[in-house]
Design a protein around this ligand. Structure first.
Ligand code: NI
Length: 254
């Protein structure tokens, strides 16, 4: 397999500290052509940009994750705006709502999400959305502003996927389609129009079967792509190529 575009990874994560600069140069020979590294707070946003400077195939999403809303400083969003001036910063992410962990108060999560959506509209760049057990509030804001972007690690129903598509957004699928209880993600994988599908890892998390429990990396996308191709009745390289084109279109990468 070749031409893999991993639209969501966290290579700044400490689990890569021991071998980051051994792993990343080898990704190309394992079929990976592009990666978007997603920051979660200012520190990881800055590390993300450092990775982009070091590796030509890595692009940046910078933003404040809902987990980090409470810890964020008064001027962090101004700094995010500054970081977005960097030419390889192609999205605001990851941003959104997480009512599973509730690491930040919900009102504050919503405030940060909304402010960053507004920023994306102003700058005309896409957002990468994290929605965990917060479908209603997430959809309310997406309906209100109609930003460009992707619902990352999509965990909703086909009905919700339809609405996301009708808003003009993309659906990001990854390791979850390989899991034992993957009924919903697979239904969505079968439904998503081929021109709205993105592939992603969320590395180091969401490792696909048969590597559950190990650290994920972008080359393992092939296992998710195989599953998606299976339910769509097509071949895996077709899925990977379409997702690559979609990612380049959404994030404005040539
Ligand atoms: Ni993530």
């Amino acid at each position: 397999m070749e031409n893999i575009f991993d639209t969501h990874a966290h290579y700044d994560d400490e689990s890569f500290d021991g071998d980051r600069d051994i792993l990343l140069p080898k990704l190309k020979s394992r079929g990976v052509s592009l990666v978007i590294n997603c920051g979660c707070d200012l520190k990881s946003d800055k590390s993300t940009i450092e990775l982009c400077k070091k590796y030509d195939f890595i692009y940046a999403a910078v933003g404040i994750h809902p987990h980090e809303a409470e810890a964020a400083g008064e001027h962090d969003l101004d700094e995010v705006r500054e970081l977005l001036k960097y030419e390889k910063a192609v999205a605001i992410g990851e941003i959104g709502l997480d009512y599973h962990y509730d690491f930040s108060p919900r009102e504050l999560q919503k405030e940060y999400f909304e402010k960053q959506i507004i920023l994306s509209k102003e700058l005309d760049i896409p957002i990468i959305v994290h929605d965990r057990e917060a479908h209603e509030d997430t959809m309310e804001l997406l309906r209100k502003y109609r930003p460009k972007g992707v619902l990352h690690c999509f965990s909703g129903s086909v009905e919700t996927a339809k609405e996301i598509i009708s808003l003009g957004m993309y659906i990001g699928l990854g390791g979850a389609v390989t899991f034992k209880n993957a009924r919903k993600p697979l239904e969505v994988a079968g439904y998503v129009p081929i021109d709205r599908l993105l592939l992603e890892t969320d590395a180091p998390y969401m490792t696909p079967v048969p590597f559950r429990g190990k650290r994920n990396d972008s080359a393992m996308i092939s296992y998710s792509a195989i599953k998606i191709a299976e339910v769509r009745g097509t071949d895996v390289q077709t899925v990977i190529n379409a997702a690559n084109e979609n990612g380049k279109r959404l994030f404005g990468i040539k």
